[in-house]
Design a protein around this ligand. Structure first.
Ligand code: GLA
Length: 401
């Protein structure tokens, strides 16, 4: 298993072949602990094709797991200690599995938070020692934290002989994020990291957690366009959007905006205050676009899918107000390229990444052109990744290493 495609390497910064993180964690484990690991686990980051700010409204999302992922090589310990060395930070986190305590580097908090929620859910946990490495960029909106949480949960499930139920584990990972780390996210990132499907996006009903893999149409490539901008205010703006959506749902007398039909919305929209009206309009139309996008993918209709992605961006910009100048510029540049069917911001917004749907034959040229034009217009060098859809969180078969 290779964690990055060759097109990805060709499209990024031309730095040459990327060493496999699988090899890296395996070798580092053996050097550090003097024996090969008992398991290697992998949990991917994600990019969302469409269905933004719908998950916490009980709605639909259509993300895919990407080739970038967090990897842990590990073996059990019999003294209840958890010791994890991060290759990315050249640092270690160490705690008692039954008494994780808050405090320390963010990457370690995802590990402790995951241990804590497993313990609170009543699982008997075994300690372990391991080496962690990830190539999901941090803070870019590609779910680097969900990848570490799911890799950690997979590691605990392996050493503690827990049944691996991806949706339950995704819920636990979300709890770790909500309750331990203190980020009030929805369920999308953890679900897709847990349940990704090679070659497929996954339509997720964020209320029932029903999932339907939808094949990526042949001949198309998904391109992630990192604006290089990071915004510090994401948390408060995110929480404010959540509150506005909840207020709009109670105005309509329903549990969540998922339950408001376009007709019910149209009948009473005028009575809402203008901001709540625009927030609700985004969520209600985005849910419809997401279902339509899954249908378009099933019919390999790239034109329709691209148009839905474009409409999603416009709604996020004008109605939900979570885009940014950098994201708008990136999307505009992407859409102007030959072979681009559609482009939109992806993730929470305010910075981070856009995603584009591009003819496979044009992918490398698209990446070069967008990179050069964005650099010219903003004086910032973007990261551009062509990515396939990868498998969700799993133990790497020992035949692969
Ligand atoms: C972040 C959150 C997700 C989701 C998106 C917006 O990625 O973690 O739960 O709400 O923003 O769609």
């Amino acid at each position: 298993m290779n964690q990055r495609s060759t097109v990805d390497d060709a499209a990024s910064d031309g730095a040459g072949p990327v060493p496999s993180l699988l090899d890296a964690v395996q070798r580092a484990f053996s050097t550090r602990f003097g024996a090969p690991p008992a398991w290697i686990v992998r949990a991917p980051g994600r990019v969302n094709l469409i269905g933004e700010h719908t998950d916490y409204n009980g709605g639909f999302v259509l993300p895919m797991a990407i080739e970038r992922a967090a990897w842990i090589a590990l073996r059990a310990r019999d003294d209840g200690q958890v010791i994890v060395h991060s290759l990315d930070f050249a640092a270690e986190v160490r705690f008692d599995v039954s008494h994780p305590e808050r405090g320390g580097a963010a990457w370690g908090e995802y590990i402790k938070g995951s241990a804590s929620v497993l313990g609170s859910a009543g699982h008997q946990l075994t300690g372990w020692e391991g080496v962690l490495a990830s190539d999901v960029p941090i803070g870019a909106g590609l779910s680097s934290s969900a990848a570490i949480e799911l890799a950690t949960l997979r590691a605990f499930a392996a050493v503690s002989a827990l049944a691996w139920q991806p949706a339950s584990m995704a819920r636990l990972a979300q709890r770790a994020e909500n309750e331990w780390v203190g980020v009030n996210c929805g369920i999308m990132d953890q679900m897709i990291s847990a349940m990704g499907s090679e070659g497929h996006a996954v339509l997720i009903d964020c209320r029932s957690l029903d999932v339907a893999p939808v094949p990526l149409p042949a001949g198309l490539v998904v391109v992630i366009l990192d604006t290089g901008t990071r915004r510090g205010l994401v948390d408060s703006a995110y929480n404010e959007r959540r509150r506005q959506c909840e207020d709009a749902a109670s105005f309509f007398g329903v549990r969540a905006l998922r339950d408001v039909t376009p007709e019910a919305f149209a009948a009473r929209a005028d009575a809402l205050d203008p901001v709540a009206m625009r927030r609700a309009r985004h969520v209600i139309t985005e849910n419809a676009r997401t279902l339509a996008a899954a249908d378009a993918m099933r019919h390999a209709d790239a034109l329709a899918l691209g148009q839905l992605m474009n409409a999603s961006h416009d709604s996020l910009r004008a109605d939900f107000e979570v885009s940014s100048v950098a994201l708008d510029v990136m999307v505009e540049i992407a859409r102007a390229q030959a072979g681009c069917h559609g482009a939109r911001m992806t993730g929470a917004g305010f910075g981070g990444c856009a995603v584009a749907l591009v003819d496979g034959s044009q992918g490398a040229r698209f990446a070069r052109e967008v990179g050069a034009t964005y650099r010219h217009r903003t004086s910032t060098t973007p990261q551009v990744y062509l990515t396939g859809a990868s498998e969700g969180t799993a133990i790497v078969p020992s035949t692969d290493w």
